[in-house]
Design a protein around this ligand. Structure first.
Ligand SMILES: [Zn+2]
Ligand SMILES: [Zn+2]
Length: 296
């Protein structure tokens, strides 16, 4: 979830989804894939995966569509054509004499007994057409046969209501920090990208800047809290912390104290809570006093 919010493109998409805008799609005629958009802005396939993995959206099976092979349009009109003359056919009425099997037109059938009505297709050249071919026309005037149409599966994505609460908590947390640090003269940017000591780039949820003092805020969510998984994160966190005055690591949900201690090394300050709604006070208590004392 927080990884998605550290990506500016996705952050905007999530905001728009939460405000009720829907995820729309266009079928890409070139590679026969589906492109997704939120509020007219494209959301890449990788980012769709990230939205899914982070629990912001749920994927539903969706529907299969056929589309124009030239522009991917799904607004199609079906027309039946005569395969011989390549002209549209019209439905026409025919009558059959049940005794002799003779086909009659309306006039011939009038008043006769033992007649049944049939429907048939008639070409504009006047011939009856046995098996018309299906021709599709898109809203932009492209004409193609059914066999040439693109067929794609369009997934449907719906916002997970739990994500709505989590994003509200996240906003409140970030805004509270921005406000408190703003009052002591810090500027803030959220999200932010910072280079670690190794030169590798890291995405932060927030960077607070007070002149020579820089405080990075990183929100981490652990679905797997094994010690092994925690240890695997450490080298990158140390690398990142070396280029900051302080790294505030916010871990949700709450982890046992023994595990939190593994993170708290050097200038890394760790807070942990069940959700972001509960950690703001803790974060300010732990980081604000030392920031106040340092020369800005
Ligand atoms: Zn014909
Ligand atoms: Zn078309």
């Amino acid at each position: 979830m927080y990884e998605a919010l550290r990506n500016p493109e996705l952050k905007l998409a999530i905001r728009n989804l939460l405000s009720g805008k829907s995820l729309s799609y266009k079928i890409n005629a070139q590679d026969r894939s589906v492109d997704y958009f939120v509020d007219g802005r494209p959301v890449s396939k990788g980012n769709i995966e990230l939205l899914k993995a982070s629990g912001v959206v749920k994927e539903l099976v969706g529907e299969s569509f056929i589309a124009c092979p030239y522009d991917g349009s799904t607004e199609l009109r079906v027309t039946l054509y005569c395969p011989v003359h390549n002209k549209p056919v019209v439905k026409s009425e025919l009558y059959e004499d049940m005794t002799t099997g003779q086909l009659l037109n309306r006039d011939e059938a009038k008043g006769r007994k033992g007649i049944t009505r049939l429907y048939w297709f008639r070409c504009s050249e006047g011939e009856l057409v046995n098996s018309p071919k299906i021709v599709l026309m898109c809203q932009n005037g492209h004409r193609f046969e059914l066999g040439d149409a693109i067929s794609v599966q369009v997934k449907e994505y719906v916002i997970d209501e739990k994500a709505r609460i989590a994003v509200e908590d996240y906003d409140l947390f970030i805004n509270s920090l921005a406000k408190a640090f703003g009052e002591i003269g810090y500027s803030s940017s959220a999200p932010a990208i910072v280079k670690g000591a190794s030169g590798a780039s890291y995405s932060l949820d927030m960077l607070l800047n007070g002149g020579t003092e820089t405080i990075g805020v990183l929100v981490m969510e652990f679905s797997d809290v094994s010690l092994q998984n925690v240890i695997a994160q450490l080298p990158q966190l140390y690398d990142l912390s070396l280029s900051l005055s302080r790294l505030l690591l916010v871990i949700v949900p709450r982890l046992p104290q023994e595990i939190l201690q593994a993170f708290e090394k050097g200038n890394i300050t760790v807070i942990s809570g069940d959700n972001l709604g509960t950690v703001t006070k803790d974060a300010l208590n732990k980081v604000l006093p030392s920031a106040k004392q340092s020369p800005a």
